[in-house]
Design a protein around this ligand. Sequence first.
Ligand code: NAD
Ligand code: ZN
Ligand code: ZN
Length: 346
Amino acid sequence: MRAVRLTAWGQEPALVEVERPVPREAEVLIRVEAAGLCHSDVHVVDAAAGALPYRAPFTLGHEVAGHVAVLGPGADGTTIGERVVVHGPWGCGSCAQCAAGRDNYCDRRGDLSWHGVGLGRDGGMADYVLVPSARHLVPIGDLSADQAAPLSDAGLTSYHAVAGLRYSLGEGSTAVVIGVGGLGHLAVQILRATTASRVLAVDIRDESLALADRSGADFATLLQADTARVLRKRSGGVGVDAVFDFVGSTATLEMATAALRPSGELALVGSGGGQINVRKPGFLPPGFRLSLPFWGTRPELAEVIALARSGALRVETERFPLSAAPRAFDRLRQGQVRGRAVLVPD
Ligand code: NAD
Ligand code: ZN
Ligand code: ZN
């Protein structure tokens, strides 16, 4: 079968021929129908050797949808042919967090050489992907694979970030989404679908502002020197209740903290490597709270799929055949993808 592999650190991913895995014990082999391409894949490919705990080579692709093709002798909880999306964070499988489907916060994360499917373990940019257990699968029914795959990370991570701050996003509240790409355009839709907040969006590309608009944002603006002031004004003058930063550069973090009202919330999702200074006395708003949400839980993935099947979420996708993966990576790196790039085995 074909697979898009990180063959060695510092190398561009390569489409290569590998052996199709045979599931053992509780493992399940999935025939891939679609795999999303996340900006984290670019961060992984660009990482220096030793920066991540993963061992190369491995197959990329952590947003995977398909159908069950082969069951290991001890597999249960699914059937051949069932259409599924993969819950991608794979923890140790035995701690209390993993037992509750919260592998994204596995207590043994520091001892593992992976973070999940396609992140240190062979992923879904391939004809088939091997999943350790059916507990990592969520049924999708007749949802299309190119919609379902991005929901497992772009959708789930955004949903988890919003869910963590939902208590502060009641009637009259204002939320800001910075970076309206694969994750951000779904965050806008999820805020609209699950909270009462006014939704403001910020990006550096005009096409992303148009995407924010189509996703239901009340207002979208380019990042400029006075953006924090513009956002405060749009919130009614007091400052915004929550900022979801899908970029995470020093510039976006500083803008975010300047836009927040007292007791405002900042959810930092983007891996832009920026920094803010936390100290008292200082410039952060009193009551300021910061969270670092990572991916999402299995029960939340089921909720995201249900939301999409109800018609409340629509992923904007650019489809590429699996064989065109290098072109898709180039486009994402150059900031040219609108919504989510999805690879489809051809
Ligand atoms: P993407 O490339 O699809 O979208 C990024 C968007 O941000 C684009 O619209 C781009 O124009 C915009 N942007 C870039 N620089 C900006 C700036 N300075 N100000 C405002 N907007 C800017 O990326 P994505 O796949 O949505 O991922 C977003 C980030 O989230 C990445 O850093 C990724 O690694 C990270 N991520 C984190 C998690 C997590 O669990 N914490 C999960 C998935 C992705
Ligand atoms: Zn991702
Ligand atoms: Zn665990």
